[in-house]
Design a protein around this ligand. Structure first.
Ligand code: C2E
Ligand code: CA
Ligand code: CA
Ligand code: CA
Length: 279
């Protein structure tokens, strides 16, 4: 009988193709990336238009491999999920982000928040709530300033279970955010049933705002989302803001927060500290 490799491909059936070899190699590197200290966090500011200041940072993981160089999370996060090691990576990210938040708060930025991306598999894992509690306790941060970013797909795939976990997180005092809003099969109706504090409008809508002249449909969608959030008393963050025009338009629509290259690219913690001092 043929043996199956981890990726489900047959091994002794002739030669592995280049793609399979590269993937196996990547899996092997990824398995040891945390212990080899190759993972680190970058931070991208979230900017409050009302107060004209940075209100928080989103933590974004970076993998710097000595041979392969920088590998995008878009490439290795799905792989880590398939390999079943996403919880280890997720725990690392949350711990690092909370430690950094503690430092920022101690340095006088008491109202700053940190947003952490949580992947589907990670949320569903049995230890998740336990691990979150442990991190809150060990770092001693105020949970209101920890924002967890979940995507719509996570919530739709396993509605009841996800809802239970979200309620537990809310009970801990953590804030919940919907990431990439508008890209999934968003049924607007479920927004009002979920314990959501923040909604992030996906960057594709923002980038279409002014790119090739006015895109009337995208303007209408963005306006509608902002209005809906005002009614539901959910904070809005517009992602992927790259120009002054986009910012001005969003401000005009009543959007509270923006994030994007126009304010700053994701930066390391030293550069993040400088951004905070610039205020
Ligand atoms: P995301 O959560 O939607 O994060 C926003 C992504 O857009 C980031 O890419 C950020 O660098 C990029 N971005 C921010 N502003 C702009 C802009 O103005 N223009 C453009 N074109 N792009 C902008 P990044 O850091 O490469 O992350 C990609 C995705 O990987 C993230 O998308 C998120 O889904 C995932 N990811 C990143 N870090 C983590 C993590 O710690 N855990 C998990 N589970 N997923 C992560
Ligand atoms: Ca995110
Ligand atoms: Ca996003
Ligand atoms: Ca995303």
């Amino acid at each position: 009988a043929k043996k199956k490799g981890r990726s489900g491909t047959a091994f002794f059936n002739g030669e592995m193709n280049q793609f399979q070899l590269e993937r196996l190699q990547l899996e092997n590197y990824l398995r040891h990336a945390l212990e080899k200290n190759e993972m680190m966090l970058y931070y991208q500011p979230q900017y409050c238009l009302k107060e004209s200041s940075i209100s928080g940072f989103e933590a974004l993981i970076r993998w710097n491999h000595p041979v392969l160089g920088i590998i995008s999370p878009r490439d290795f996060i799905p792989l880590a999920e398939e390999m079943g090691i996403i919880s280890d990576i997720g725990r690392f990210v949350m711990l690092e982000a909370c430690k950094q938040l503690k430092i920022w708060h101690e340095e006088g930025n008491q109202r700053l928040s940190v947003s952490v991306n949580v992947s589907g598999r990670q949320l569903q894992s049995l230890d998740f709530i336990f691990e979150v509690k442990e991190i809150l306790e060990s770092t001693g941060i105020d949970p209101t300033f920890l924002h967890l970013e979940l995507t719509e797909t996570i919530m739709i795939e396993n509605v009841q279970h996800s809802l239970n976990i979200m309620k537990e997180l809310k009970a801990l005092g953590i804030k919940l955010s919907i990431d990439d809003f508008g890209t999934g099969y968003s049924a607007l109706s479920y927004i009002k049933d979920l314990p959501i504090d923040i909604l992030k409008i996906d960057q594709t809508f923002i980038q279409n705002l002014l790119n090739d002249g006015y895109n009337k449909t995208d303007i209408a969608i963005v306006k509608a989302i902002i209005t809906m959030c005002q009614v539901l008393m959910v904070d809005v963050v517009a992602e992927g803001v790259e120009t002054a025009e986009q910012m001005a338009l969003l401000k005009q629509f009543g959007c509270q927060h923006i994030q994007g290259y126009y304010i700053s690219k994701p930066v390391d913690r030293e550069a993040a500290r400088k951004l905070l001092q610039k205020r």
